[in-house]
Design a protein around this ligand. Structure first.
Ligand code: 0RA
Length: 650
């Protein structure tokens, strides 16, 4: 295309007048983030948020979400019912405006400020625009009203279809397959978010019901204790023992009336900290001003208390933030007017005035708790002092250790590096066991593929502190090989994605239970200490074959039971009488270098699964569950999610 025609095309695109909800259909990503599964589930949250707002305004108690057989969603509430009278300017029913005019959904509600509202707060009209069918049924004024829409356009006028003495709103929608890559809802994803909504909005009851064949399931989420129960749930779920009895809880409304904060916290025996922060029910994964205010208050309150009670002597140095955060589980939830979500992923709360409000509230209320509960205060302080002492004792060693790891110390002896120096063209295989590592070294392309064999089970970082982590050889080898350092709270040296030496980190383990365990241990380590690797899509899982099917020179490999069944059927049809030689691989070690190369490592044939994380709090929960001691939730998760693992051909 010449520069001229290119310009003409560009101009034509620019002057095109977009009407109604067309812009949403043209750029769905701008409104719901993506057209993948994340965006798909986002539609549900948009609709539920409106009902939650009705509940927060005090007019509704029950919300239900149903996944129907055809993957359409029904959201029903017992609120006042959406308004049906004509809009003064547009002359059509208000409910029709809510569903067909962009952004019209944002402002209604019971006065004050709209606290709910998904990531983009765009409401019902966007859901309509991206649904092949949508309908609302409203009960109010003694009648039941109904209106239907499709792809953003009104299909039928608002009609009275019956009488009713109840009030409420019921919305049904079926996401448009022309827009979404995938229209299958995941129960676990909805479950996680709806439970979170119920924790964050105490007393609101949210039911989830899956009516799909073979997937029937139902849960009801309602927490009178709100985020207190959220903290309890985290600790129980992660199987970590609290070190004091009460969950510390406080809430406050700012004098100006336009912001409120709620905090629940409890110390546990864990080494890592689990702190989730929210602004208007949205998880702020990068923290921001509310978190900053909370942290500086924690440091101040515990230092003051320890000085005042003589637990810290005059000549001793202060506790550092990291001493005070070890083992802390906390939820911070602010609700406010005009939250500013900043940063690349919009995960950071930017409103600076919130910092002082959260800080002063925590100063007063946390100190009051410590003074009123001296025995619990003593237990918490004992934990902090233990962390403080360990830090002081090991600081020098850790500083040296970290410098070595970060400062590109010499590469590990077990690493067979590649010759390519451009990280974008380089990949590293983390291989289970020295023998498979040997085959991988022989089978690799030595210009672009590096091999790092790992011996057996690596350390479960979920259950170890930083000191133990840094003394594990397998972990040190990975850190030096990758070159990008690790995230350590409170440390100056930190993870630097720019220094990553390989843009593909490929986990290659046996296709058995041990292999799956090692894979999870590795992912846990990456998630806790190198989260950006995962968020930026650098982590992959190799797919070694499960079976080899051979007759003479004819060789087939299959990668799943289903694929194997299919192959055997096909071969049976083609040559019914040939009795084939079938080998089931139990481990990578059973393949020679050439086979490993051909089936698992070679760009032309291999399949890699890219590891992605849509929701940090969900990932956090999943890792704790996978690494924890409870068998049943783990079995259920694996069973339910096996079908969602998608193969990504790279
Ligand atoms: C504005 C005004 C009124 C109701 C609602 C909004 C409303 C919206 C939604 C969305 C989902 N469920 C809802 N429930 C209620 C009515 C105001 C009045 O009755 O005076």
């Amino acid at each position: 295309m010449s520069a001229d025609t290119e310009r003409q095309k560009y101009d034509a695109e620019q002057i095109e007048v977009l009407e109604g909800l067309e812009p949403v259909r043209q750029r769905p990503g701008m409104y719901i983030g993506s057209t993948g599964t994340k965006g798909l589930h986002h539609l549900v949250y948009e609709v539920v948020d409106n009902s939650v707002d009705e509940a927060l305004a005090g007019f509704c108690k029950n919300i239900s979400v149903t996944i129907q057989k055809d993957n359409s969603i029904v959201v029903e509430d017992d609120g006042r019912g959406m308004p049906v009278d004509n809009h003064p300017k547009l002359g059509i029913p208000a409910v029709e405006v809510i569903h067909t005019v962009l952004h019209a959904g944002g402002k209604f509600g019971g006065g004050g400020y709209k606290v709910s509202g998904g990531l983009h707060g765009v409401g019902a009209s966007v859901v309509n625009a991206l649904s092949e069918h949508m309908e609302v049924e409203i009960k109010r004024n003694g009648y039941t009203y109904k209106q239907t829409y499709s792809r953003g356009k009104t299909q039928t006028p608002l009609e009275i279809i019956g009488e009713s003495r109840k009030t409420g709103s019921k919305t049904t929608f079926k996401p448009d397959p022309e827009i979404f890559d995938e229209t299958d809802f995941n129960y676990g994803t909805l479950e996680h978010r709806l439970r979170e909504m119920a924790f964050l909005n105490k007393g609101v009851k949210i039911a989830l019901d899956d009516q799909r064949e073979g997937k029937k399931r139902k849960d009801v989420f309602c927490y009178e204790g709100g985020i207190r129960e959220f903290v309890k749930y985290q600790n129980e779920h992660k199987d970590i023992a609290p070190i004091h009895k009460d969950i510390i809880y406080f809430e406050a409304v700012r004098e100006t009336g336009n912001a409120e904060v709620e905090i629940a916290m409890q110390y546990t025996k864990a080494f890592s900290e689990t702190v989730f922060t929210y602004a208007n029910n949205i998880n702020t994964i990068d923290g921001g001003m509310h978190l900053a205010g909370f942290r500086s208050s924690l440091t101040r309150v515990f230092n003051d208390y320890a000085r005042r009670t003589g637990m810290l002597k005059e000549k001793e140095e202060n506790f550092a933030g990291e001493d005070i955060r070890e083992g802390l589980t906390a939820i911070i939830s602010v609700k406010m007017e005009n939250p500013q979500f900043e940063g690349q992923t919009k995960g950071k709360l930017g409103n600076s005035d919130i910092r002082g409000f959260v800080e002063s509230t925590t100063n007063d209320r946390l100190m009051a708790f410590l003074e009123e509960n001296p025995s619990q205060a003593k237990d918490i302080l004992a934990k902090i002092i233990a962390a403080y002492k360990v830090r002081l004792k090991t600081q020098k060693v850790r500083d040296i250790e970290r410098k070595n790891l970060m400062g590109g110390g010499s590469l590990p002896g077990k690493l067979a590096d590649c010759s390519e120096k451009d990280p974008a063209k380089s990949e590293i295989f983390l291989v289970e066991g020295d023998s498979a590592g040997g085959s991988a070294k022989l089978g690799r392309d030595r210009t672009r593929q590096a091999i790092l064999p790992l011996r057996g089970k690596i350390l479960n970082v979920e259950k170890a502190n930083e000191g133990r982590m840094l003394s594990s050889d397998e972990i040190k080898n990975m850190i030096t090989a990758f070159g990008c350092g690790i995230d350590i709270p409170g440390s100056e040296d930190s993870f630097d994605l720019e220094k990553l030496r390989y843009h593909k980190i490929i986990i290659m383990t046996d296709a058995d239970v041990d292999g799956a365990h090692i894979r999870t241990l590795l992912l846990t380590f990456f998630f806790r200490y190198m989260k950006q690797l995962i968020l930026n899509g650098h982590v992959y899982i190799a797919q070694p074959p499960l079976y080899q099917v051979r007759r003479g020179k004819e060789i087939h490999y299959t990668y799943s039971e289903r694929e194997q069944d299919k192959l055997m059927r096909e071969l049976g049809e083609k040559a019914p009488n040939a009795k084939y030689d079938i080998q089931r691989y139990k481990g990578l070690g059973e393949m020679d270098a050439a086979q490993l190369k051909e089936t698992t490592m070679d760009w032309n044939n291999r399949t890699l699964i890219q590891v992605t994380v849509d929701d940090i709090t969900l990932a956090d929960e999943i890792f704790s569950m996978l690494m924890g001691d409870k068998v049943e939730p783990r079995r259920r998760f694996i069973e339910e999610n096996a079908a969602y693992v998608k193969n990504l051909d790279i």
